[in-house]
Design a protein around this ligand. Structure first.
Ligand SMILES: Cc1cc2nc3c(=O)[nH]c(=O)nc-3n(C[C@H](O)[C@H](O)[C@H](O)COP(=O)(O)OP(=O)(O)OC[C@H]3O[C@@H](n4cnc5c(N)ncnc54)[C@H](O)[C@@H]3O)c2cc1C
Length: 412
């Protein structure tokens, strides 16, 4: 098996490692469009379901050395009043931890392992895929360099498109797909160096549908004062989508007015936003689930296959689960066409459910239910508004669809 992986992001790098672990003898090459890998992005969450797969690849210690491990998930109203809190990750009884991590740190751990285990020559930068062709005996992938000039085409037995949200391979199979689906929410994502808040290991989700704020630490003890690097995401309803670009700088004045009075006894949101090192914008967009990813010797993986709202810790995690499943099937099924078909059968239905769940019942429905009943006002006693059982049921429903409920992943 000569495997060509198109795109060396989170999904492509994980697939290279998983396929190598499953079958160390096979030839694997990753072709990445970027001329060099730079530390891009901000925070990303990896639930125990994804960490389980990365642990099987021997990466848990390397990730634990750079990531944060939240121990509780807490929901608050926009007045900073606690609605619900649950233990999280290992504290919830999971066998594997939950990692909140800078995307650049995650990517670096994966890349170091790819170069170390497969050889530096297996990760080839400066190769933008511009098309794939196939016959009964193999695939040919065409590339262009950063200057747009065509490079030598590469032949293999199968090609896996891990080329992200703007996948060229998906566009080849679905040329009439049209624009992304936008339903009226933009994200402004920032990172701020600050003192620990709440337990020091809390994921906090504040507010509901119209304006939400999520925050979690992604680097611990970054200075002598024991500060953390905190990732925060402001989700706000807006009529017009910002560009679909992970690296688009965001402007404070475009969202700050919504949060300027969010000063609580446990968090000063305006100060956190004003002190950000970096702010990026991104729209809450996805695409309708496809009915087919695999076309003979070519298939789609990660965001190329199932772009979904970047929430609930799913974007990166589902790409990792895809990669692990595909590597297992490429090992057990010697015919690449049959392996890619089996991969699609295994992974398309669950990821489609998450795409739809993120639209209809996102993680913040828990606060939404409270704010609807209080009409956005402060409450005196939470139990007069909603019962703990109802809150728990809402919280567990999301985890089960996303596939990281403790009953699904494995207890300690
Ligand atoms: C620069 C960048 C920053 C990001 N920052 C964040 C973040 O801060 N938080 C977050 O939650 N998610 C972020 N994401 C998205 C996140 O990584 C993905 O949603 C998720 O991990 C799914 O992984 P993926 O491998 O499918 O896609 P990605 O991780 O996006 O990887 C796709 C890879 O394919 C490469 N590529 C694209 N087109 C081609 C082509 N034609 N030929 C060859 N290679 C190609 C890209 O350069 C990229 O390396 C970022 C993505 C990128 C590319």
């Amino acid at each position: 098996m000569d495997l060509i992986i198109i795109g060396g992001g989170i999904g492509g790098s994980t697939l290279a490692l998983a396929a190598h672990a499953a079958n160390p003898g096979q030839r694997i090459r990753v072709f990445e469009a970027a001329p060099e890998i730079r530390p891009l992005g901000v925070g990303i969450n990896l639930g125990p379901h994804a960490v389980k797969e990365l642990s099987h690849l021997g990466l848990e210690d390397a990730l634990a050395a750079v990531a944060c491990q939240p121990q509780d998930y807490a929901f608050f109203t926009r007045h900073g009043q606690l609605v619900y809190r649950e233990p999280w990750g290992r504290a919830a009884g999971h066998q594997w931890p939950h990692f909140s991590i800078h995307r650049a740190d995650l990517h670096q751990v994966l890349l170091d392992a790819v170069r170390d285990r497969l050889g530096a020559e297996s990760f080839i930068t400066g190769h933008r895929c511009i098309g794939v062709e196939q016959s009964d005996t193999g695939v040919t992938v065409r590339f262009a360099g950063a200057d747009g000039i065509a490079l030598e085409p590469q032949r293999g037995d199968a090609a896996i498109a891990c080329d992200g949200i703007h996948s060229a391979v998906r566009a080849q199979f679905y040329p009439d797909e049209g624009p992304f689906v936008y339903r009226g929410t933009n994200l402004w994502r920032g990172v701020t160096r600050m003192a620990p808040y709440l337990t020091g290991r809390s994921i906090a989700r504040i507010g509901a549908r119209h304006s939400t704020l999520i925050l979690y630490a992604i680097r611990n003890n970054i200075d002598a004062a024991g500060r953390m690097l905190v990732n925060w995401v402001a989700e706000i309803e807006r009529e017009i989508a910002v560009p679909v670009d992970w690296n688009k700088p965001g402007r404070l004045e475009d969202f700050f007015p919504v949060y300027q009075d969010w000063t609580f006894d446990w968090l000063d949101v305006p100060a956190m936003m004003r002190n950000a090192d970096l702010i990026l914008s991104y729209p809450m967009v996805d695409r309708n689930p496809l009915t087919r990813w695999s076309f003979g010797r070519v298939t789609l993986l990660g965001d190329a296959a199932h772009p979904m709202y970047p929430q609930g810790g799913n974007g990166g995690a589902q790409a990792i689960l895809d990669a692990a499943a595909l590597a297992r099937l490429l090992k057990s099924e010697p015919d690449p066409v049959a392996a890619l078909r089996a991969y699609e059968a295994a992974r398309l239905p669950p990821t489609s459910r998450i795409v739809l769940q993120n639209r209809s019942a996102p993680p913040n429905v828990i606060v939404d239910a409270v704010e609807q009943r209080t009409q956005g006002k402060r409450f005196d006693r939470l139990e007069d508004v909603i019962s703990t059982d109802e809150l728990k049921a809402i919280f567990e429903r999301y985890q089960k669809v996303a596939g990281y409920h403790v009953q699904q992943v494995g207890k300690r």
